[in-house]
Design a protein around this ligand. Sequence first.
Ligand SMILES: C[S@@+](CC[C@H](N)C(=O)[O-])C[C@H]1O[C@@H](n2cnc3c(N)ncnc32)[C@H](O)[C@@H]1O
Length: 201
Amino acid sequence: MTERFDKAAETWDKGDMRQNIAHSVFQTLSSRISLLNHMEIMDFGAGTGLLSFKIARQVKRVTGVDLSEKMLEQLISKNNDLMEVKTVCRDIMKSPLDMTFHGIVSSMAMHHVEDTAGLFKTFHGHLKRDGFIAIADLESEDGTFHSHGNEGVYHFGFERDTLRHTIEEAGFEHVRFHHAYTVEKEGSDYPIFLVTAIKKS
Ligand SMILES: C[S@@+](CC[C@H](N)C(=O)[O-])C[C@H]1O[C@@H](n2cnc3c(N)ncnc32)[C@H](O)[C@@H]1O
């Protein structure tokens, strides 16, 4: 799976689709959640930082977590004197970070993680009191979204009620789904949701 993203890294930002997804996810997220200038935010599966840099303008610091060194190299190449996104190349489910965050954001990474319940428990453990999650991914699809093949794709999108239950079981409350964007390609529509929730105290 990491190999898939290492290979794609150099051309990841080309074309409109991924830019449009990141833009719409950011718009939806920032209309639902107040991003404040004291906040430490994790972007899980940050990739080349398409979402991270939009968030970074509003908060104290964004840490992009990813398994692909090449995707993170692309992200790092966008850092400059005015804006820097920190990076961590690590499987935080196996080896958690020794810091906590005010919020965790993510776009289009969750379907690449097999153990969804474990992922939300990991998020829970990385959040400060009252911390939030804002996670965007595909609604249930028929397996045709990834036109280059489904290697490393563990979920063909997510069914909302099942995911809500998983998130609540991991210790979150106020779980809300919002429509973020619809990818239109090859005659099919692939809607993307943003799910937000708060760590239960
Ligand atoms: C579809 S890309 C999305 C990248 C970026 N969020 C975007 O919207 O352009 C998914 C990213 O998740 C990363 N990823 C997959 N599984 C991961 C895991 N267990 N931990 C951290 N990153 C992971 C991949 O390496 C890849 O960079």
